[in-house]
Design a protein around this ligand. Sequence first.
Ligand SMILES: *[C@@H]1O[C@H](CO)[C@@H](O)[C@H](O)[C@H]1NC(C)=O
Ligand SMILES: *[C@@H]1O[C@H](CO)[C@@H](O)[C@H](O)[C@H]1NC(C)=O
Ligand SMILES: *[C@@H]1O[C@H](CO)[C@@H](O)[C@H](O)[C@H]1NC(C)=O
Ligand SMILES: *[C@@H]1O[C@H](CO)[C@@H](O)[C@H](O)[C@H]1NC(C)=O
Ligand SMILES: *[C@@H]1O[C@H](CO)[C@@H](O)[C@H](O)[C@H]1NC(C)=O
Length: 482
Amino acid sequence: LRVETLRQAEDKPSPEDGDVLQLKKGNFNRALRKNKQLLVHFYVPLSGEGHRISAAFEGAAAELQGSEVKLAVVDVAKEKDLAKELNVTGLATIRLYLAGDKHNPVTCPAPHTSASILAWLKRRAGSAADLIADLSQSESSEELTVVGFFKELDHEYVQVFYDAAVDLPDVNFAVTQNNEVITKYGLTHDVVLLLKQSKLIQAYKMTPQTSKEMLIVFITVYQMDPVTEYTGQTATQILSSPVLNHALLFVNKSSAAFKEIHSAFNGAAESYRLKILFVWVDVDEPRNGRMMEYFRVRSFEAPLIRLVNLTDHVTYHLPSDTLDVHTIKAFCQSYLEGEAKPKMQSQPIPEGWDQRPVKELVGMTLEKVGFNPDKTVFVLFYLPYSAASRALFPLWEELAEALKGREDVVVARIDASANDINMSVQGGYPSLCLFPALYAERVRNTPVLLFCLMESDEDRRKYIEAAKAEEAKKANQSKDEL
Ligand SMILES: *[C@@H]1O[C@H](CO)[C@@H](O)[C@H](O)[C@H]1NC(C)=O
Ligand SMILES: *[C@@H]1O[C@H](CO)[C@@H](O)[C@H](O)[C@H]1NC(C)=O
Ligand SMILES: *[C@@H]1O[C@H](CO)[C@@H](O)[C@H](O)[C@H]1NC(C)=O
Ligand SMILES: *[C@@H]1O[C@H](CO)[C@@H](O)[C@H](O)[C@H]1NC(C)=O
Ligand SMILES: *[C@@H]1O[C@H](CO)[C@@H](O)[C@H](O)[C@H]1NC(C)=O
């Protein structure tokens, strides 16, 4: 037994012996004292980003063995007291503690790979002169290279450039003073070039007003293609973009119209590069379900375009049937000029909404009116800008007029572009949905929220069967009562 215990003790590496230290309240201060540079990842277990960073940490720790830098992790979920004491807030916080100073750590940008950690540490400790490079290699690289061409290396432009390099450790940076480069690209001095496979993507002229932040926006925007597909891989890049206005195209990639709409979206994107980030979402991809839920977009509504202001999280809906370059640009322009109308959960209840034969519903009144057990309610879900929707208006007036005398029937309509329709309507707009009085109570509690004329036959059959079962049950109850 003793041998066994001993062996277990030997096998189990002490947390302080591994490449990456696991720190707790009990050993944090000791690690701080012992290491001149302590890079700590405060992580939340099971988060996707935390996982990626942990892998990058392992790789970097192996490279940094024997150096002055020690890597460590703190499980924030377990070490709540320690996190609080160190003022750690938010996910994926990475800090470099220097010379045992607990109070003034340097924040490290969330790295993608171990190489980005190493690049950050190196750039942080170095100077712009370290970036002087022979460009022939980076010019042909598949990855983006940011090249600073400066007349004098001690100019303040160079410091701004270098500071941006420290903050973007995932990006290759180089400095050159080679006049051939200037001639080759036909430029003047003090310019920042973005190169990819020998192609000049964009150039940025440094001015005395250029700040590190401006340069970072320029680089991170042009690092991405004009239009990006939203996927698990691109989500982080999209959400960490400094551009806080996003245009989102929801479209079915397998649909016949995809190519044309994507091309129009792309055509509009170029004009708004630094102002609006253009992203498209494939509604045919089940993994995008949560994204669509968040923006309350249903696949049958595609193709559609939303603009979202990530500062106040207000969304705007492009009010048009045609999605061409012209309408997309006009929408972006009106949004930037503050003239677009936000998409609301509910419009205000219109004055006299129930006075005319056709009742005017909004998000707030839809459920209350629809699920009235005493009334059968027939609702037209329409888009005001769609000709197909508007074509139904006269019919709807006529129907409402004809049923005016029926106390138990309500004919209504709702603008689906201005109100969030948070029930299971299926099919496209315009959509005609019937909420039968008899089943109002029961319908509310079943997965098929409402009986809709545009629903699939499958759903309709399920609904009818459920209704029949309900009637049978009621009949049984009255039999029992008898
Ligand atoms: C955390 O914040 C408080 C209040 O700002 C400050 O007094 C304290 O020194 C901070 N702790 C650390 C470790 O910096
Ligand atoms: C996308 O389009 C394809 C081809 O028309 C179709 O089969 C598929 O059901 C559509 N997907 C969605 C979610 O509408
Ligand atoms: C986005 O929201 C912020 C905060 O409300 C606001 O200051 C800004 O003007 C908005 N941007 C646009 C383009 O509407
Ligand atoms: C649907 O939206 C309306 C308006 O915002 C709200 O009053 C209602 O509670 C919502 N219903 C559900 C089921 O979320
Ligand atoms: C109604 O009662 C009959 C006989 O009592 C039973 O076989 C049947 O399953 C019941 N139906 C329902 C829907 O409860």
